[in-house]
Design a protein around this ligand. Structure first.
Ligand SMILES: O=C(O)CCCC[C@@H]1SC[C@@H]2NC(=O)N[C@@H]21
Length: 379
């Protein structure tokens, strides 16, 4: 295939080749370490700012033992300079209850753990009221954490978006990153779609379980989450390659409960029903891991094809007419195509009015879906 595109920006997961930089070889997940789980003094409320805290906790005694070992060996972790002063605590449900009395907005680890039914993802949790970026913490310490470990922050002050964008991360958003590994680099670029799909389906699951009306959360390709025409979330997947494995840090930001300046899931829910029907970040996160775990198994064993139908129901683009741009002999030509689906490598497949197939790549400078696309001919 010949590309007519110059200055093409390709997101990190669109490259099936190992990236040029590597983390050190992966160590075994340390869940076999044995320590007694201990109670810690109550962590301060999230309103106390710098230096922040990290709370480590697990679903089972095994993960709680790992939490203890990580706390004891905390100096081995690599923290972004902005987070270097953090204090580490082990999760303690009694202490958490006291914290709620002071601060309602904190992520409730107990509620999350009770709601979590996934078996492999989300079992080991790192929570912070205020962190530079969950993505940085997870990616920088991938080798020290068990696969499936999740880091949640109430507020990020250096949140990362795609294409080096800053991700605004105020209170009320569900902000998290988690770890996973994959062997097959050919399907790696499609993983971000599996993550987005799991968010959409998890939201339906929570609404179902609570008897809430459905929110029409949709995927705007490649990684945005839209509700009623407004962006309420995004997915960022980054990977490194070592010892024949891709180590992936998957980060998700979802605006559950902060309607300024646009909207959020709960604001849209209030329009449909009573004020009493409100989503909690803890339940959404637990439902996400349940969905993701199942989708990830399907994806790993059968490929993205097995999820494609569901994905196309969840995205905004089937049959969408899109204006694409092409530079020819110094002239900017624009013409319309109709989106058909995804190519095997995860780009958009479109058919032109000339019956020619096109593979559309995202323009790194602008994600204006109707203007900012570049094209590549499929032969
Ligand atoms: O650009 C996008 O649309 C993706 C944004 C992903 C943001 C999330 S918030 C949690 C995690 N931590 C980060 O720093 N970024 C991701």
């Amino acid at each position: 295939m010949k590309s007519a595109i110059k200055n093409l920006t390709i997101y990190s997961l669109f490259s099936s080749k190992p990236p040029p930089y590597h983390f050190p070889p992966l160590s075994k997940p340390s869940t076999f370490l044995t320590f007694s789980s201990g109670m810690e003094k109550s962590p301060p409320p999230s309103s106390s700012l710098s230096p922040s805290i990290l709370v480590l906790g697990g679903k089972s005694s095994q993960e709680n033992e790992f939490a203890k070992s990580l706390k004891d060996n905390f100096k081995n972790l690599t923290l972004p300079i902005e987070d270097s002063g953090v204090s580490v605590f082990l999760y303690d449900s009694d202490a958490e209850k006291k914290t709620y009395e002071v601060e309602e907005e904190t992520f409730k680890i107990g509620t999350y753990m009770n709601s979590l039914s996934a078996n492999r993802f989300g079992q080991f949790l790192i929570w912070s009221p205020r962190l530079s970026s969950t993505q940085d913490l997870i990616a920088k310490n991938f080798c020290e954490l068990p696969i499936g470990a999740v880091c949640v922050a109430d507020i990020q002050f250096k949140g990362r978006g795609r294409s080096r964008n800053v991700w605004e991360s105020p209170a009320g958003c569900l902000l998290f990153s988690f770890t996973l590994q994959m062997d097959d680099g050919r399907i790696l670029p499609l993983l971000q779609y599996v993550v987005s799909l799991a968010v959409v389906e998890a939201l339906k699951d929570v609404c179902d379980a609570k008897g809430f009306p459905y929110l029409d959360l949709k995927i705007k390709w490649p990684n945005d989450l839209y509700l009623n025409g407004l962006k309420v979330g995004g997915v960022l997947c980054t990977s490194t390659y070592s010892s024949k494995k891709f180590s992936v840090s998957a980060g998700i930001g979802l605006n559950v409960n902060n309607e300024k300046p646009t909207t959020c899931l709960n604001a849209e829910l209030r329009k449909l029903t009573s004020d009493a029907c409100q989503l909690e970040r803890e339940n959404v996160l637990a439902a996400f891991f349940k969905r993701f775990e199942s989708f990830f198994d399907t994806f790993s064993n059968q490929g993205f094809q097995a999820l494609e139908e569901l994905y196309y129901k969840a995205w905004l683009h089937s049959g969408q007419r899109v204006l694409i741009q092409e530079e020819k002999e110094g002239q900017l030509l624009e013409h319309a195509v109709t989106i058909q689906g995804l190519t095997p490598s995860g780009y958009l497949l479109a058919i032109g009015d000339d019956h020619q197939f096109y593979e559309l790549h995202p323009d790194g400078n602008s994600l204006d879906f109707f203007k900012g696309l570049v094209r590549r001919k499929v032969q």
